[in-house]
Design a protein around this ligand. Structure first.
Ligand code: CA
Length: 334
C-alpha cells in the first residue's frame, strides 16, 4: 500500500474503513487494455463537449448545443485537446457574449465574486458559508488580491483535520438543474495536492443516504470519492493514479464536471481536457471505475454544491475559486 496507506489511515479516523479494503483489493489489477478502453468510452458522455474538441478553435456551432452533441460522439479520441475554447459557446447560446466574465450569464448559478466585498463572505444570495457537523479553523472570504476574472475571487484558507473544513455552499442551483448537471469553476491552489485524501468540492447525494460525492485529491492527483463507501475514481492503484492529473500550483485551472443522475455517470475535465481517470462511464474498467461501479445502481441525486477544503489526512491548503457556474449542459472555460 505504500503511500496510499497514509491517506487511508487519516481518512479512516473520520470516516468508515470497510470500503478501504476495496481500494486495496483494486490496487494491482493492471490490464493493458486500459488505454483502449478509455479512449473508446470517452465518446458517449463527451457528447456536447467533445464536439468542439476536434476543432477546438471555434464555435460555429455556438447556437446549436443540441446538434453539436451528435458530432461530439464521433470525435472521441480528440475529446481532450482543443475542447476548451469551443465548449463554452455550445452551452451559452443564450449568453454568447464573449466579453466580461466567463460565460455563465443566465445559468442557475453563476458567480465571478466581483459584486461581493473583499474580505467579507461571498454573496449571500448565492452562497452560505458552512461547516457541516463540526467547525474549526478553516475560513472563506472574498479576496481582492487574486482573481481569474475581474479583480476578485473567493479564498479558502483550508486547514487540516476534518472538523476544520469549511465550504461555500449553494443549494438552489443543483435542485433547479435536476439530474443532469454540469459544473465549471476556476481553481487555484497555493501548494500541491498531497498524498493524503482531501476534498475541495463536495455535493450531498440524497439518493445515497445523504452522503457526499466529493472531488479532491489523493496520491497527489485529483480523485472523486464517494463518502458512503469510500470508493474512489480512479482506483488508487499506480495505474489508476497515473490516469488522473493534478492542477499546477499558483495558477488558475478550469475545472469542469458532469454528474448524470439518470444514468449514474460522471465525467471530468481540466483546462478543457478530459481526465481519463475521472470518467465513470457505466462500464467497469479496472483501475478506473470498476470499484465505483461495485455499488450497484448508483444514481446520484445532488442536493447541494459546496466548494472549500476538507482534509482527512491533515494537509493545510489555501485555495481560490472564481467564475463558478452550474448548468444543465457543459459550460466550458470561456
Ligand atoms: Ca472574479
Amino acid at each position: 500500500m505504500g503511500f496510499d496507506g497514509a491517506g487511508w489511515i487519516g481518512d479512516n479516523v473520520i470516516m468508515k474503513s470497510a470500503s478501504r479494503r476495496r481500494s486495496i483489493l483494486g490496487l494491482c489489477v493492471v490490464p493493458a487494455l486500459l488505454l483502449a478502453a478509455c479512449g473508446g468510452t470517452e465518446a458517449p458522455s463527451g457528447s456536447s463537449a467533445s464536439s468542439t474538441g476536434a476543432g477546438g478553435a471555434t464555435i460555429s456551432s455556438g447556437s446549436t448545443g443540441g446538434a453539436s452533441a451528435t458530432t461530439g460522439s464521433a470525435a472521441t479520441t480528440t475529446a481532450g485537446t482543443g475542447g476548451d475554447p469551443g465548449t463554452s459557446s455550445s452551452s451559452s447560446s443564450s449568453s454568447s457574449t464573449g466579453g466580461g466574465p466567463m460565460g455563465c450569464t443566465g445559468l442557475p448559478l453563476c458567480d465571478d465574486f466581483e459584486s461581493a466585498v473583499a474580505g467579507a463572505a461571498p454573496d449571500a444570495t448565492k452562497w452560505a458559508v458552512v461547516s457541516p457537523s463540526c467547525a474549526g479553523t478553516g475560513t472563506v472570504t472574498v479576496d481582492g488580491t487574486v482573481a481569474h476574472s475581474g479583480s476578485q475571487s473567493v479564498k479558502v484558507t483550508g486547514k487540516g483535520g476534518y472538523c476544520n473544513h469549511v465550504f461555500l455552499a449553494n443549494t438552489a442551483a443543483p435542485v433547479a438543474i435536476g439530474k443532469l448537471m454540469y459544473g465549471r469553476f476556476f481553481l487555484r491552489i497555493q501548494d500541491a495536492l498531497g498524498q493524503g485524501h482531501a476534498t475541495f468540492l463536495t455535493m450531498k447525494d440524497t439518493a445515497d443516504g445523504g452522503k457526499d460525492l466529493r472531488l479532491g485529491g489523493q496520491n497527489q492527483v485529483m480523485i472523486w470519492n464517494r463518502e458512503s463507501d469510500d470508493a474512489t475514481l480512479p482506483v488508487l492503484s499506480p495505474t489508476g493514479t497515473a490516469l488522473s492529473v493534478s492542477p499546477s500550483t499558483q495558477a488558475w485551472h478550469c475545472m469542469e464536471f458532469m454528474v448524470d443522475g439518470n444514468a449514474g455517470l460522471m465525467q471530468t475535465w481540466m483546462d478543457g481536457t478530459e481526465v481519463a481517470g475521472l470518467h465513470e462511464d457505466g462500464v467497469p474498467t479496472p483501475d478506473i471505475d470498476q470499484q465505483w461501479l461495485n455499488k450497484a445502481g448508483w444514481k446520484p441525486s445532488i442536493a447541494d454544491f459546496k466548494l472549500g477544503w476538507e482534509s482527512y489526512a491533515g494537509q493545510d491548503l489555501t485555495l481560490w475559486f472564481d467564475d463558478v457556474a452550474l448548468g444543465p449542459a457543459r459550460i466550458g472555460c470561456n
